[in-house]
Design a protein around this ligand. Sequence first.
Ligand SMILES: Cc1cc2nc3c(=O)[nH]c(=O)nc-3n(C[C@H](O)[C@H](O)[C@H](O)COP(=O)(O)OP(=O)(O)OC[C@H]3O[C@@H](n4cnc5c(N)ncnc54)[C@H](O)[C@@H]3O)c2cc1C
Length: 433
Amino acid sequence: MTDRADAVVIGAGVIGSAVALELARGGRSVIVVDKGPAPGAGSTSSSSSIIRFSYSTPDAVLTAWEAAALWNDWAGHLGVVDPDGMVKFVQTGMLIFHTPGNNTTRIEELWNEVGISYELLDSAALRARVPGVDIGAYFPPKRIDDPAFADDASSEMTAIYEPLSGFIDDPMLSAHNLAYAARHHGAQFRFHQEVVGFEQTDGRVSGVLLADGSTIHAPVVVNVGGPHSSGLNRLAGVADGMRIGNRPLRQEVFTVEAPEGLRLEDGFPATADLDIGQYIRPQIGGTWLLGGTEPECDELHWVDDPDQYDPYPTVEQFEVSMMRAARRVPSFGVPHRPVGLAALYDVADDWVPIYDKSDLPGFFMACGTSGNQFKNAPLAGKFMAAIIDAEAAGHDHDAEPVQYIGPRTGRAINLGAFSRLRDKSVTSGTVMG
Ligand SMILES: Cc1cc2nc3c(=O)[nH]c(=O)nc-3n(C[C@H](O)[C@H](O)[C@H](O)COP(=O)(O)OP(=O)(O)OC[C@H]3O[C@@H](n4cnc5c(N)ncnc54)[C@H](O)[C@@H]3O)c2cc1C
C-alpha cells in the first residue's frame, strides 16, 4: 500500500503530537506513525511532567517560560476541548536549594533578565517554608555504602523559591489532548506501525518505509522517536552530520507516601535537591515522586537498544533514594518495597534538546530531550513548524538560525541554540539542563 502526505511525523509522544498539531494547523496534510498503541504511550507516559524555569541558558529559560503560558491556557492553545478530559497545570511553586554546582547564580541572573519573580530564602525563611525538612547541607550526594553518608551537616542551606512552577497532572493525557487537536485539523494517527527505513529521491527524503511493507510518501519527515530517535537518525544516515549526539539513558522514579504536613495538599513545592541528588514532586493523593539528578556518585545506565531494558526499578537504587529522602525528612517513612518505574531519557551530549533540520533535505528532528522537555512540548511543536516553514521558503536555518518571537515576552528565542551543529552548551550537565 502506498500513501501520501505533506509531512510524516514519527512518534506520537507529547512532542510528536505537538509537532503534528502545528504542522496540521499550518495547513499541511500530516500522518503520524507510531509503533506503540496510543498517543503518549512511550517515554511520555513515565514523565514526572514538572514545569519549571530553572535552566542554565537564556534560550532554555525563555522557552520554558513561554511554554508555561501555553499550559496555562491549554484549551486556548489547543483550540478544542478533548472529550476524554483535559490535563491540568497544578501550580506548586519550585524550591531550589543553593548547592555547589547547581548554577543557581546563573539561574537568578537569567530570571532577573526575563522578569521571572522569585524569593531568596535564608535558612530561617527556608525552615519556615518547609517545616519538618532538615535543611542541613550534606553536599556532595553520596551512596549509602559511603561512610560519609552519615556525616553531620556542614552548614544550613538557603534556597530560591519560584511560585509559578508545578506539574501537569497526567502526562499521557497531554499527548492525547494534542493528538485530538491535531486530528481536528486533519492529522491522521496510525498506531502499531513501525518505521523501518526511509525513501530518498534526488538527494531529499521522500518518504518512510513501514514494517508491514507499505510506504508513505512525503517531502517532510520529522523524527520525534524519543529514546529511539538516535537509531532513526542512524537509519536515515544523518547521525554523522551532527556535532551533538543523543542516546537513551535508563532512569528510575519512585512513588512514596508523602510525609505528614509535606503533601501537595499542604502546599509542599516541587523541590530540586541537588544537595542529596534527588528531586521531589508532590502528587495528587498524598504521595511524592522521587527521581534522581545524576549526582557524580550515581552510575549512569546508558542503554544500547531502547527496546531492551528492564522497566522495573532496582532494589539498589530504591534503597539509595529512600535513605536520601529520609536524610532530608526525618519523619519520612521508608517503604518496604519499591513502587515506581524505570524509563528512558533521550539524552543529548550537553542535556539540551535538538530541534533542527538535518543534512538530508526534508528530514527534521525533535530529539535529545534529556529528561527535561515535557514542559516545552507545546512550544517545541511551534519551533519545528517555524523551522520547517522557513526551510520550505528557501531559508537556510543552519546559516541563519530561525528566531522565534515568544508572545508572552515579545523576546526572540534563537532556535540555533537547539541546533545539531552547536558547540556544546554550558549547562549543569544533568537533567536540570
Ligand atoms: C522518567 C522520566 C521523567 C521525566 N520527567 C520530566 C519532567 O519532570 N519534566 C520535563 O519537562 N520532562 C521530563 N521528562 C522528559 C519528557 O517526558 C520527554 O522529553 C518527553 O516525554 C519526550 O516526548 P517525545 O514525544 O519526544 O518522546 P516519546 O514520548 O518517547 O515518544 C516517542 C514515540 O516514538 C515512537 N517510535 C519510536 N521509534 C519508532 C519507529 N521506528 N516507528 C514508529 N514509531 C516509533 C514510540 O513508540 C513513542 O511513542 C521525563 C522523562 C522520563 C523518562
